[in-house]
Design a protein around this ligand. Structure first.
Ligand code: MN
Length: 344
């Protein structure tokens, strides 16, 4: 079978490997249909992801069809059976450490992310634990099923920020993650303000339901948010810009009793005065990957609350994988999601 592999930083190749075999009774073998290219995959390609171990089959966003099930897997295992269409939750956690006992396997002490720490979904077939496979409706196009993982990231941000109906939510950054966070906040009933430097991204955000857009190149985001909210500030601020200043601005612009949600792995310290956190009694939290968000997003899709059409920018066959990475790399302003189609 064909696999897409980053051999060492900068070296992305299509290679051949044997079809994997089910190893434990709880495994399923999946024929992968589509793989999404994420900004983090581009970072792995360029050697800029500190967690990546090489060589690595990339891909943490993938959906496919179950073609074989382990002996302990039956339909009671989340409806998993041969032929089921599934999206894969790409994280493996121990279940025993403190974080796991809190139900937060996304920050497990021995967390392994497919496509980062262990091989991911850019391969024609993959074996995963059945518990990591979530059934999606057969009628859902593969191009949409593969978007569920990125939407779980937005869902986690909304969940961590405890977004409530009627809240003003500021989403900083209208890239893929910002857009997914915006849509999940909208489903929760919030009024969403979204900021970015790129007019095309703001226009797309508006078309997908943003209530207010701010071009951060032309307007002062903090002043504009205060104007929109009658001086209050945003009740929840989700930072998907992820630089030193965006974290500082998020603390500044968030209202009393508000929540700041950080999505950044940015390493430069931000300058935040304790008094600015305490006087408003802000909650500042990180949002990493997701916990139990796959069923939430799938449920929204089943109920028709999450229109996904138009989110995919381009689909490349695996033979053109290198070109696809190059396209994502060079067209940041235009790209929402680029997919790889695996052979039928
Ligand atoms: Mn991703």
């Amino acid at each position: 079978m064909k696999i897409g592999i980053v051999e060492t930083p900068g070296v992305l190749k299509i290679a051949d490997r044997d079809v994997p075999k089910i190893k434990t009774p709880d495994d399923v073998l999946i024929k992968v249909k589509r793989v999404g290219i994420c900004g983090s995959d581009i970072h792995i390609f360029h050697g800029k992801n500190p967690f990546a171990v090489y060589p690595r089959v990339w891909g943490h966003e993938f959906a496919g069809e179950v073609v074989e099930t382990g002996s302990a897997v039956d339909e009671g295992t989340g409806g998993i059976k041969k032929g089921a269409h599934v999206v894969v939750e790409p994280i493996i956690y121990c279940g025993k450490c403190y974080a796991c006992r809190q139900g937060r396997g996304n920050v497990c002490e021995t967390l392994k992310v497919m496509g980062v720490h262990i091989d991911g979904g850019c391969q024609e077939y993959i074996v995963v634990p059945a518990a990591n496979a979530h059934v999606v409706p057969d009628s859902l196009p593969w191009e949409e099923a593969v978007l569920i993982e990125p939407f779980t990231i937005g869902a986690q941000a909304s969940y961590r920020g405890n977004v409530q109906s009627g809240d003003f939510v500021l989403v900083m950054g209208a890239g893929t993650i910002g857009l997914t966070a915006m849509q999940m906040a909208k489903i929760a009933g919030a009024k969403v303000i979204i900021s970015d430097l790129v007019p095309e991204k703001l226009a797309y955000a508006k078309s997908r339901g943003a209530d207010y857009t701010i071009n951060a190149k032309e307007e002062n985001v903090i002043e504009k948010v205060r104007e929109i909210t009658g001086g209050m500030g945003s009740n929840v601020t989700i930072d998907a810009v992820c630089i030193k200043k965006s974290f500082e601005d998020a603390v500044e612009v968030t209202s009393a009793a508000g929540r700041v949600v950080e999505l950044s792995f940015y390493e430069t310290p931000s300058e935040i005065a304790a008094v600015n956190v305490v006087k408003k009694e802000l909650t500042i939290c990180g949002s990493r990957l997701q916990t139990k968000r796959f069923p939430v997003v799938i449920d929204h899709i089943r109920q028709g609350k999450l229109p996904l059409a138009g989110f995919v920018t381009k689909v490349y066959p695996i033979a053109e994988m290198v070109e696809a990475f190059d396209y994502v790399d060079k067209n940041n302003a235009a790209v929402r999601k680029v997919l790889i189609a695996m052979p039928d």
